[in-house]
Design a protein around this ligand. Structure first.
Ligand SMILES: Cc1ncc(COP(=O)(O)O)c(C=O)c1O
Length: 502
């Protein structure tokens, strides 16, 4: 036998994890400032190394992880982080993710991880109030959850016209269209491209003053397009837009879809679990009857990143759209079932037939762990707390003479800006406010405690914190309002001092 330099350790898991734990524990205390930003040059130089011809060995590799990688990681879980719609997992789902990467490293076959995919999808459907008869599937996040849902919509729209999209493609489809508000997340456009409908198939419809889809405009456009020979593939309602958290009027959109015979998809990647908050639950009326729903456990449920879920009302449709053809080379084929007698003769719940991934770790283990740990009650408490944070900030903004609310607060996003007192109206006003608020966001990020996002609302630059982070506290909300006032005043003084700088 040839001597081997493959010295990867295959035992001693506890020691390896122990070698990392102190660094990880320190990281998630978030006592240090953001070292990734502060020590950028140093850690990049340490990591930007040529491919090693000979391995450094387990100990040295773990040391680099503990000393360089972990301390300079991404602090999306730090209490002041309120950017995008992303956060870090809480501890138990993170541990479950680690466990699944070892004990449920493949989601098919008959084992506990495969079964927990099934259990966790059932629990999610219950959380959302979806019928038990719908078919769910986990995928890598909101992008793929929407892609898979729209793949099902495409299959259905084609079948209505005698075309099997999965087999024949969509070439025969006349001018396909997907309808959504101008606030819809751009993953929908990308999905339309990937599905062969083309990004330009997405029709961006106007919204009302609350950034909710204008259903009158939708109905009008559906009728006009039908007369022009277009094929409606789906209407996408957002249950929590990424910009403001607006929830489209799902019931009315559903009615328009039923009247025109069009598929209703609800993108609840961010806000779908908002249905748990009794105060906003009525806004989700109609969700249960949607043809498909996308949600993202890796957002508000704080499971490790890489976990979205799609639910389709017609349980057999995902299979028709995405099945892998049976293959003799696979366990689970008829021949293997007859000839073998182990867990491998049964592929378990066939989630690999319901989306575009064959192999994947069992993400259901992480979702199961998150819900097993705190239950529906705990998850509801989180959603209510976070929606409450956005309303708390709204109250502070309304009470402040220098802060201005820029959009209604529906879920856990609050969009606002700083407006210095005495700023004269005039042609340069909006430009000055944009520059000032951009500077405020820049300085907030540089201080490292508060990391909100920013966005554009009808051409107005807005500071946009989004609260889905389980580690955020009410004090962080008050601090953010104060920090914006403090930094705004300082930056404005500097601007006035150097008049014309912006
Ligand atoms: C409403 C909405 N849809 C889809 C997505 C895309 O999700 P992901 O980033 O998990 O792919 C997001 C992300 O923020 C979102 O807010």
């Amino acid at each position: 036998m040839q001597p081997t330099s493959d010295a990867s350790v295959t035992t001693g898991l506890g020691e390896a994890v122990q070698a990392l734990l102190p660094a990880l524990e320190r990281f998630i205390r978030f006592d240090d400032r953001d070292l990734a930003a502060l020590e950028h040059a140093r850690w990049r130089a340490a990591l930007d190394q040529p491919l090693p011809e000979r391995g450094a060995g387990a100990e040295a590799t773990l040391r680099v992880l503990a000393e360089v990688v972990i301390p300079h990681g991404l602090r999306t879980g730090s209490p002041g982080f309120a950017g995008w719609v992303t956060t870090m997992p809480t501890v138990v789902p993170a541990a479950a993710g680690f466990a699944a990467s070892i004990a449920a490293a493949q989601r098919f076959w008959r084992h506990s991880g495969n079964f927990l995919e099934h259990v966790a999808l059932g629990w999610l459907a219950q959380l959302l109030g979806l019928p038990a008869s719908c078919q769910g599937t986990f995928n890598s996040g909101g992008s793929s959850a929407n892609l898979i849902a729209l793949g099902a919509a495409r299959q259905w729209a084609c079948e209505q016209r005698g075309i099997d999209a999965s087999r024949e493609g969509v070439g025969a489809l006349q001018r396909p269209r997907i309808y959504a508000s101008n606030q819809v997340h751009h993953v929908v456009h990308r999905a339309a491209g990937v599905l062969g409908l083309g990004r330009s198939a997405v029709v961006a419809l106007p919204t009302d003053r609350g950034f909710r889809l204008d259903v009158g405009a939708l109905r009008e456009r559906l009728r006009r397009d039908a007369a022009a020979g277009c094929t409606p593939v789906a209407v996408v309602a957002s249950a929590g837009t990424v910009n403001t958290g607006a929830v489209d009027p799902i019931r009315e959109v559903l009615q328009a879809c039923r009247d025109e015979g069009v598929w209703l998809h609800v993108d609840g990647a961010y806000g779908g679990f908002g249905v748990l908050d009794p105060e906003v639950e009525p806004l989700f009326d109609g969700l249960r009857e949607a043809d498909s729903v996308a949600v993202d456990p890796h957002k508000w449920l704080a499971v490790p990143l890489g976990c979205g879920a799609t639910f389709v009302r017609d349980a057999s449709l995902l299979g028709r759209a995405f099945t892998l053809e049976p293959a003799e080379y696979l366990e689970g084929s008829a021949r293997h079932v007859e000839e073998l007698g182990s867990q491998f003769d049964d592929l378990g719940h066939p989630f690999h037939d319901f989306n575009v991934e064959q192999s994947a770790r069992s993400r259901g283990v992480t979702v199961w762990a998150a819900l097993q740990e705190i239950g529906r009650d705990g998850m509801r408490a989180r959603i209510v707390r976070h929606d409450g944070f956005a309303r708390r900030l709204e109250g502070l903004v309304r009470a402040s003479p220098v802060l201005e609310l820029l959009a209604p607060v529906t879920l856990s996003i609050c969009c606002f800006r700083y407006v210095p007192q005495g700023l004269a109206p005039g042609p340069g006003r909006e430009q000055a406010l944009r520059a000032l608020n951009q500077e405020i966001v820049r300085r907030l990020h540089a201080e490292h405690h508060h990391v909100p996002s920013s966005t554009e609302l009808d051409g107005t630059f807005a500071i946009r914190p989004c609260y889905i982070n389980p580690r955020t506290t009410a004090a962080d909300i008050d601090d953010l309002a104060q920090a914006v006032e403090r930094i705004g005043a300082q930056a404005w003084r500097e601007t006035v001092g150097t008049a014309g700088a912006w």
